[in-house]
Design a protein around this ligand. Sequence first.
Ligand SMILES: [Zn+2]
Length: 384
Amino acid sequence: MRFEISKVLDAIEGRVCTDPSLARAVVDLAEVIRYQDIDGGRPASLLRLGMVIDALSRELEEDSVQVYAVVHRALLSDADLTSNERMVVRRWADDGLVEVLDNPGDRMLEVADLLGLPVLSRVRFDGLRGRFPWLVEQPGRVVAPVPGAGGPVFIAHVGGGHSPVAGKRSPTGVKLLARQWRCPESGCALFGGGGGGGAFADLAGGADRSPAAQPPPSLRNGVPTCPRHGARLGDGGPRPRTEVLAVRVGGLVRRRFVLSEEQPVVAGRAPEQDGGIMLGQWLNDEARRWISRGHVRFELRVGEVIVTDVSTNGSGIRPAGSMVESDRIPLAPQQSRVLGENDMVELYPGVQIGRAEELPTGAPFTPTSVMAEAPTMAMRLPRP
Ligand SMILES: [Zn+2]
């Protein structure tokens, strides 16, 4: 049982990040883990974060969605959590996967404002509507996770909608995210050399954190500040440009990844390269036989996404996402091509990669649950 819980927590770990390009909503971890009405279990449980992430995944009709979690420092020693859960949150903090603050204040809304993200919270934030007009202007920017028949569902505080709605990055957010920042505190997991690495360091945080993945600074009196240390951040020069690409298998977006100018990314059945995008787990036997370990390589050069086939069997380009067979342009092994705005590269029929915003969703959606390792475990937890 304990082993299974830790597997679920590992799965949840892959769904928290502070990467501005990948986070799809903001949560306050201290709030979410206390939604006792969702499962009737312990006063606080980290598994509820997984349930809320699953709900977001269902709403966005996309797998592997990630959330930006703001964490009150007191949570690291919260006696309502198990010691294992506290250890896990501490690890996330060390790896920069979550933002730990002595006093979160309105940081959750600031992050949502700078990144244009929806907020998953039961708090109404009435007093902050002057500072963040989108709280009223964009119904759905704040949705409350509430119990539903098949897990949590969302209800908007304003306007009565029920889907989390993304906005645009605020002008301040655009400016802050054009630069990379350095925290004077040594070992700052958010704006520095990073902490201890860990299993998912290559995805989001830790020692190898790319400057392109830095979270948005906090603005205090107009000064970019480290939200964790309260220290003024130094300007480390322009931030590398990025494009967010998405993998679609069988009509469903399975995951997004960030391509930055800093280094190419290889996608395939099981790429050997660092930071490679592994597709094997989503492929049927035929696709697995066809697709090479490393199949296509993406590079970002002067704003253009260049795709190179590095496979044995070749690929194809779907111009403007067209599914008409005669439109498909073959991409032979070792051949390169600039990926047009709406183009997708097709590694095998039904296995495509393109810009995240352009990928149409399609088929009826059944997301893979982050809780899949133990679907009903949250329900079986002992009541207090
Ligand atoms: Zn710092």
